[in-house]
Design a protein around this ligand. Structure first.
Ligand code: AMP
Length: 303
């Protein structure tokens, strides 16, 4: 067992200035596991309702994602509805229906307890803790969350953070969690909550990583075609964790390289709605974009 993720599997309805889609495949666990599957074996723990179509399961299986931890419960699948304006960095949530997630209790199938890399994707922090309590001694635990849970389940989130090595959240959530407008100060106060590393996702401005002793930043890959930023953060995290699990190297250099792979993966997701771009993505394209990304940020030769 290499990489384990618990997260949402969803029907998303999304409106951007470039179009809109209704009840398409989405969810933090879905984007994460699909992205990670380009690098390593990944197991998904989540729940769907009886309305979840075979076609989506077939897609996840085609990516060789282990679905033994994906329960099907009577009721409706989780639904999220969001809108983006011309500033694609900010999602406006219009509706969240937890549905089968309300009564969900994750139960890890045999063997999952020895997972070495664990990602707690955006989901109720109580469920994140529940999964953490069932795994023995992971090498690395990373976690995402969002404003919905920072507001609604802050206590549970603060209980989870001491068990997390790397927290991966967006810029607004960083300020909200810390209660501090300055990003550097906010990062410092979040590192005091438990995580050793904080990775802040900044949409089209890229990513900035904070540890106690260092700061590392990369831009987002500049794209002409951006249709829908939904799932970019989870796709980033999937590339990031997938790369780390595949190399089994947790040095700072490896973590930096994982950040670039995460940005590369996210740059594909935003080129189309839902997981459509990831569905037609080949690993050659990932490598090619990684090379271009390196040139984009290379100023080694400059004095
Ligand atoms: P992001 O990568 O941040 O754009 O995440 C987008 C995904 O998060 C969407 O596919 C949604 O289905 C999912 N999502 C939105 N709100 C929640 C929530 N409260 N809990 C779990 N997943 C969510």
């Amino acid at each position: 067992m290499s990489l384990l993720v618990v997260g949402s599997v969803a029907f998303d309805s999304v409106e951007t200035p470039f179009g809109q889609v209704e009840e398409v495949l989405g969810g933090s666990g879905t984007y994460f596991s699909t992205s990670a599957s380009f690098f390593t074996d990944v197991s998904l723990v989540a729940v769907v309702g009886s309305d979840f179509p075979q076609e989506h399961l077939d897609f996840l299986r085609s990516r060789e994602i282990d679905l033994r931890g994906l329960q099907t419960a009577a009721g409706k699948t989780f639904r999220w509805k969001g809108r983006y304006g011309f500033d694609l960095n900010e999602a406006h949530t219009l509706d969240t229906q937890l549905n089968v997630f309300e009564a969900f209790r994750p139960e890890l199938p045999a063997g999952y307890e020895s997972a070495e890399y664990v990602f707690l994707a955006n989901i109720d922090p109580e469920l994140q803790l529940d999964v953490l309590n069932q795994v023995k001694k992971p090498l690395l635990v990373a976690c995402d969350t969002m404003n919905f849970w920072i507001e609604g389940k802050r206590e549970a989130l603060l209980k989870t953070l001491p068990h997390v090595d790397i927290l991966i959240i967006n810029e607004g959530e960083t300020r909200q969690l810390a209660g501090e407008p300055n990003l550097v100060k906010a990062a410092r106060s979040i590192l005091a909550m438990g995580p050793k590393t904080l990775v802040v996702k900044r949409g089209e401005y890229g990513v900035i990583m904070f540890t106690e002793h260092s700061i590392f930043t990369v831009p987002a890959y500049p794209l002409e075609t951006v249709f829908d930023p939904t799932g970019a953060g989870d796709t980033f995290a999937g590339g990031f964790m997938g790369y780390l699990a595949s190399t089994r190297n947790l040095s700072e250099a490896s973590i930096r390289q994982a950040i670039v792979f995460g940005c590369v993966m996210a740059s594909f997701t935003v080129e189309d709605f839902s997981l459509n771009r990831l569905k037609r993505l080949e690993f050659d394209e990932v490598e090619e974009r990684f090379r271009k990304f390196k040139l984009l940020t290379d100023f080694d030769g400059l004095a």
